[in-house]
Every structure is written in structure tokens, then in C-alpha cells.
Design a protein. Sequence first.
Length: 551
Amino acid sequence: MATIQKKKVKGKYYWYIVESRRIDGKPRPVVLAYLGRIEDMLAKLNGEKKIELSSRAHGAVASLWKTAIDNSIIDILKKHLPLQKRDGLSVAHSLLIAAIHRVIEPASKNAFSDWAKKTTLPDLAGFEYERITSRHFWDQMDTVTDEQIKNIQNDLTSMIINKLDFTPETLFFDSTNFFTFIDTQNQHCEIAPRGHNKQKRNDLRQFGLAMLVSKEYFIPLSCEVYRGNMNDSRMFREYLPGLLERFKNTGIKSNDITIVFDKGNNSETAFKEMDEAKLNFIASLSGAHHKDLLDLSTDAFDEKNVGEKKVWCYKTEKILWDKKRTIIIYISDKLRKGQLSSIDKSLVEKLKELEDLKDRLNLKSKVGTKKEIENKVKSIIKGEYCEKIIDYEIKKYNGKIDLKYRINQEKYEYLFKNILGKRILVTTRSGWNEKEIIEGYWGQSYIENSFKHLKNPHINAVRPQYHWTDQKIKVHTFCCLIGFLLMQLMQKKIAKAGIKISHEKLIEKLSEIRKCRIAKPIDVKNKKIKTEEHLETSDEFNNLIYKTING
């Protein structure tokens, strides 16, 4: 049910017709009509003429637009993209408004016009919303090449480093994939085959995204779309030369950088290339490939303060990929807890299988020879370390085979103390202590958070992409990353002002700020009108955020 509500703006009260609606599952006040001040409503009742033009969403689009202008992002786009105009917009402006749309309301290009007319973005960017159709975006996106995207990223990286006084000392690399609904029979899309999907949608085609972000504010410095079935190790090998070239083109010295990545990206080729470029790194190692390190007794470990935690760790050296490397082994309580939970669950299942086997032996049914029974037992207890902690004995007497088994508590406790929870790190930063190396690796969560933002269905989502060719998927993803960059730059600005707020809340708060425009006749005979504009918000916190970003 609609209600009449008043809001105080700059000391004056204004009246609105407001209705509560559910948006993303939460009740939100939605302005249906602007009534004005008391005298305005009296004038209406008395028959005086007054023209109301609009009340449109303003805060979010204005903040994103100003961030793009203030940080020369639109200038960088215009520098490298074709100058052709369609429906009054250059290619650069078309991509930017697509990016802003994707940040605030991830929807298809076909839905852009209906969304834009409810905002002040047409005024800010100078376009007629009814002309901006999906065909408009298709034609503008069609002019964008891989080379142009690469050059834009180079200039954006230079801008971030030089203009924002940003020192990229520690950078975090990772990759993810996005499932699509591209038809199996589509032959025009090679970048999205089926593969191992990180969201468990192995039944769908997917494309991958590799990204390098900063430690401060998760600012993206390098991004690349790749084939969805490419494994992490190969992808990193192919990504690395382009990254080193970007460092060179933007004046970043490789030996000043420490890049952090996970064990899935490891390969001898990649490590040799980083050695040649003198690029420092912190990476994790697979315990399965380095059992000598995994089996080290924790008696040699020391307790160190890392952040707000106490961590048991051990520092050593080992020859890896033809060079002596610094190795850190530390105990992750979170990893240990997860491993222990899996082991205990597996033990319950395996002990039940052993009990079933023993019951069959007691029934004197022909289960097999002693050797065959032993092979069955080994098969049952294999996995999740269970073969290390389950003792068994098979005896044959009086023509009968007997099976006895038990959990060896000493072995279980040894496993808990000396094996479980161990993470192995390798680094070129031999001068760093255990605390610095572990803290550097823990920063990997920054890029994982970045991917969470890009997979948030309500804010700046990459999917669904509504495109099904390689070129369009790349340009669409690039637009999403421009939007993500704008978000991070806004976060950086408000964080410096001491404001902490999530992406979702930031856009929600800014979206509540509307711009009202009304027109009054001042000379009916000569058809002259007076236009007034003012911002509508009753929340001081919203005002603070808006003013911090927009000045």
C-alpha cells in the first residue's frame, strides 16, 4: 500500500508518494511520485499550473561516472578505441555506460534502455536512452580487438601506478571460470568448451579468467580471458610472458615485485621464466610431490606471531628447479580441521566396510583366498590417510579366514601432530622472515574476494554474459572488469576518508540518492518556465558517501 511521506532536504520538507516493495528479497521504499512542498500541493489543489519532470536514480551512476572521469579512464578508452559514433556515443562511451550498468544492475544489453531512463546516466553521458538498444552495443563492441584491450590495460596500469601514487610491491595472481548457457552445437565459440567448473557446473560450457590484483584495495592490474578447459599450470605459463611485457611497458621493475600464486600454477617452465626476469614470488607446493618436507617432524617448528595469530612454522632451504629456494612449512589450523573431519568421516565408512567383510567371512561363504582378502582390505582402507592408521591382521586356521582390525591411536596422534595441516611455501625472498612470507601468502585471499565480487549475481556480475562468440565474451568481460576497477577506486577513496562499507552496501546506499527535477511556469504568456533540481536523500550517511566520492 502506498503512503505519503516527507523528507527533509537542506532544511526544507518535501513530500512523496512511497510504496514498499521487495528488491532482491528485501523490503525497500520505492518513490512512486514527487509531490513537492506543502505550497506546491496547495498550488495543485488551487489549480495553479506546474510541470513535474522527473525523479530519477542518481547517486550510483553519478559516482561511477565521476570516478571514470577523475581517473582518466574515459580518456584512456577513447585513446585506443575507434572514434566512430553510433546513436551519439563513441565506442569508449558505449563500453563505459555498459560497465556502469553492469555494476549497478547486471542485466542484458537489451534491458539497458529501460534501466537507463530511470537514472540520470543519459544526462551525464549525453545520450537518448530509447536509442541505446542491444544492436547499439553489438555494433560498438564489434569494433574492439584483443590488441586494443591489451593497450588499454597497459595505460590503466600506468595510470594506477603514476596518478594514484601506487606502489605495486606484492601482487596476487589467480584464475577462475564462469559457466555459460552457450548451446553445445554452437560452432562460433571456441573459448568456452566444457571443463572442470569451480562452481560444479561441469555439464555446461565455460570460459576462464586470469587476474592479477594489488594488495591494496584489490585493484586489478592485469586480466585475461582464456579457454575454459585449459589447466591452471598451462594457463599461467601462457599468461606470464604477457604479464612481464606489461611490467616492462609500464615501467614496473620485476625485481621490485613479489607475485603470489597457488600450487596449481606451478611448472618448471614458469619458474625458469620468472628466474630469468628476476621476478620474485611466493608460491605453495603440493605435499604429494614433496613428501620429504611434509614428513618433517613438528618438533623442529617454532611458534611465530603472524598477524593476530600464533603459527607453528619451520624455515629451511631446498634445491628446486635448479636453484636453492627458501622453504617455509607451517601449520594451518583451518586446513588441519578440514582434513581431520574428512579422515574421521572416511574412517566410519571404511570400518563399516571392514565389518561387512568380516561378517561374510564368519558365514563361511567363499569370499576368496587369504591373498585375495588382503587385497580387498588394502583397497578398502586406501585413501584419506586411513591406510596409515588402520592396523589389520588376516589369519587362516582350521580352513577359516579371520580378519581383525583396529585404529592405531598412536599413529592417529602422530598423523595429527606431524602431517595434517601442513602447508609448504617456496619463495625467492630469502631475506624475508617466516612472518613476512606467510603473511604474503595469506594475501591470496584478496584475489579470491575479487572473484567473489565478480560472481555476485546482484553487483558487477560477469555472468550471465548474454554473448556466445569469443570476441563478444572478451569485450563483455572487459566491460565488467572496467566496472570492477571503478568500484575499487571508489572503495579506495572512501576508505581514505575512514568509511568502511561492502560493495553491495555502497551501491545500495548510493542508489537511494535520487535527483528531482521540476519545472514551474513563470510566464504563461511567453511559455517561460523555471527549472529546479535537487538531490533527494534523508540519510546523512548516504550524503557523506556521495560527497566523499563526488566532492
